[in-house]
Design a protein around this ligand. Structure first.
Ligand SMILES: *Cc1c(COP(=O)(O)O)cnc(C)c1O
Length: 388
């Protein structure tokens, strides 16, 4: 019995109930939302746990604790966006620090890294992280930070996080993994050797497409503390209401993930068998080139996929005019299903040449699969594909 009591809660329990029934003022079951920007001192030279909202906020801190626990980290900072989370992490670098990032990373990530490099805040090199030889060669210049995104957006390429972390750390680099696509419900990069996890909490963590937020989680307690210090210095802090909403969204993370993934698997199989579809990128399919690695490294295959239409761009136009149940929009990870056209939407800033190099074709469509009934989702896709 004793052992049972002292064991730390399982991840599902943390997501569903971290901070529940801890309110000492009124016994509210749901953790209260503290909007106050400032806190009364107990007396002269006697601050309480909180003094000013930029330095700390109980609602934001509760979410940070939950995320740190879920990712198995020492601490977390909740930022106003995913991009702010990355900027907080790279903001501590200096001009000679080399950042090694995937050549096919999230468009906003690439834009931020390039903008910082252009200002001389860091040195940037893009590499194909599927090419282990090339990756190892790039390590000879001793990067300060290696950024990994797995699965990648939008092609769902999976890299071996443990292997890359191992060689990167042996070369003296810190490793950060963008875990937005899978969330800690399905992948825990710190347990694979990474030093940091970053998130766009806008996506699966919140899961309801009504918040923009982000997070950085650090494995090392001193690094977690230092990131908190920098968040206070720069003001890279999420609003309390956004933190509260994200914590509410997080309650159902595991349930959402498991059902969205189930829908995604069925959709991937359906698309894979459809003559209007040339290729489906979903690691859950046995034919996906990273299927075995994804199976080993991830707790599941997630709810994101992309596919190429056999009919090229004209087919894309027809598909999007006729598809239903999937809304044409950027973003992902919500309870509602979305379809996006990377070449003209999420990855437009990348430029045609870089897209071609990364393998992002003009006939590629990306799906974020939600919680609708699977038959409605398939009917909706069928309406689009029949028109192609
Ligand atoms: C959306 C996204 C981001 C950026 O997050 P924001 O909350 O939009 O700033 C970063 N990485 C990935 C993989 C994303 O999907």
């Amino acid at each position: 019995m004793l052992e049972r009591k002292t064991r730390s809660p399982r991840a599902e329990t943390t997501a569903a109930a971290h901070g529940v029934a801890t309110d000492t003022a009124f016994g509210s079951v749901v953790p209260p939302l503290y909007l106050s920007s400032t806190y009364e001192f107990a007396g002269f030279e006697t601050p309480r746990a909180y003094d000013y909202g930029r330095c700390g906020n109980p609602t934001r801190d509760l979410l940070a604790q939950a995320l740190a626990k879920l990712e198995g980290g020492a601490g977390a900072v909740v930022t106003p966006s995913g991009m702010a989370a990355l900027d907080l992490l790279i903001g501590r670098l200096t001009r000679n620090d080399l950042v090694l990032a995937p050549h096919d990373c999230y468009g906003g990530t690439l834009r931020l890294l390039k903008a910082r490099a252009d200002l001389g805040h860091l040195t940037l090199r893009l590499v194909d992280q599927k090419d282990l030889g090339g990756f190892q060669a790039a390590l000879s210049d001793v990067p300060a930070l290696v950024l990994i995104e797995s699965p990648s957006n939008p092609l769902m390429r999976v890299v071996d996080i443990a292997r890359l972390s191992d060689v990167a750390k042996a070369a003296g680099a810190a490793v950060a993994v963008d875990n937005t696509f899978l969330s800690p419900a399905l992948q825990r990069p710190l347990s694979l050797g990474a030093d940091y996890v970053i998130h766009s909490a806008t996506k699966f963590l919140n899961g309801h497409s009504d918040v923009i937020a982000g997070a950085v989680i650090a494995a090392d307690p001193r690094e977690a503390q230092d990131l908190k210090r920098w968040a206070n210095i720069t003001g890279a802090i999420a609003a309390p209401y956004d933190a509260w909403l994200t914590l509410r969204g997080l309650r159902t993370l595991f349930a959402r993930m498991s059902m969205q993934e189930r829908n995604a698997m069925k959709i991937a199989e359906y698309l894979d068998a459809h003559p209007a579809v040339r290729h489906v990128h979903y690691p859950g399919l046995a034919g996906h080139r990273d299927h075995e690695l994804a199976k080993r490294q991830q707790g599941g295959f997630g709810a994101m996929m992309s596919f190429e239409l056999a009919g090229g761009v004209p087919a894309v136009r027809e598909f999007l005019a006729h598809v239903s149940c999937f809304t044409l929009a950027e973003s992902l990870g919500g309870v509602e299903s979305l379809v996006a056209h990377p070449a003209t939407m999420t990855h437009v800033d990348m430029g045609a040449e870089a897209r071609a190099r990364a393998g992002i074709r003009d006939e590629l469509l990306r799906l974020s699969v939600g919680l609708e009934h699977i038959d409605d989702l398939i009917d909706g896709l069928e309406a689009g594909l029949n028109a192609c």
